[in-house]
Design a protein around this ligand. Sequence first.
Ligand code: ZN
Length: 384
Amino acid sequence: MHVSATVAVSRGPLAPAAAQVLEQVRRAGAVRRDELVTATRLSPATVGRAVAQLVDAGLLRECLPKRRRPGVGRPGIPVEVDPDAYVTIGVHVGRRITTVALGDVAGHVVASDTVRRAVGADPDLTAASQRAAALLAALPGRVPLSAGVVGPWRDLGLSPEQVGAELHELTGLPVRAGDHVAAVAATEFLHRRQGAPGTTLYVYARDTIGFAVALDAGAQAEVSQVGSLGHFPSGSDVACWCGRTGCLEVTAGDDAVIRAARDAGLLGVARANRGVGPIGDLYSRVGEPAVLALVRRRARILGRVAASVRDIVAPDRVVLVGQAFTGCPPVLGDITEAMAEAGLLDEVPVSFTRFGSGIQAVAACTIALGPIYDDPLGVVSGVR
Ligand SMILES: [Zn+2]
């Protein structure tokens, strides 16, 4: 099992005061200094200084309170993340496309574009950074602060260190590299509204199948333990290129389902060219019994494997992500049923998170936040 570096999503009391304050503001949206003191347990003087420095750096801005109360001075004015001064550059390397995105300091995507690439070819980071420059040119006044590069590195046979170093060379920015599944899990964690104490298991399935575990220990939270499930035994008789039989990806990945549909005569070339892609075409035709049977079979296999991973990790909750889980609402019940039947441990809450087609951009922008939230003032002084 390939284990990648962890993704910090909440850094805790050992982080610089400015980092703790910035994180708290991002989470809260708009927040007063006294609320920041309570949330961070830093002294009022430390919070006041950090807020002043972050406002001066252009990372935070004061926002007008909904109703101004008499007798309340500047400290009563809430602050929020300034979404306009800076951008991050997020690059997601997929099998067939490279996604280039610009994100704000709160992690929201403000612009994105894609670059096609031949399957198996090296990612063209020069073209990706040129695309980023073109996106930046359309947003005058914004300064890029950091970059992130995300991909299913193990499946692509690429080294994240090498790809990250190349992107740094091209952009001159601090770069963080992240695994695709970890980045998706970190994105879900970051953009979820309420906290989720304890351990959350994320199982991701689409082209790539894998899992990540987020541990929220109160002040600190990180996504750690990332594993590939591509060659997890599924019990099928499909031969895998690795030499074994029944590996999960060749049985239940998107390509495997498309191949099975073609073999069964369920997918014609003309249908595949309607603009939704072959998988979208299948999902739109689950009213046909043969299509439903195929998609349902895949759903049950994924559900069984998700149950096995849940039994291994023993998390407090499971979140299923990726279009192989979420793309076809009529089979969601098959997935949860298969999980319930196959699991050995007591059931824990299972939920689905749907990101839609923008997941590559937002995941890359989430990873790009790393250098900023590790040392906000240091990153800004690097570009000034
Ligand atoms: Zn295999």
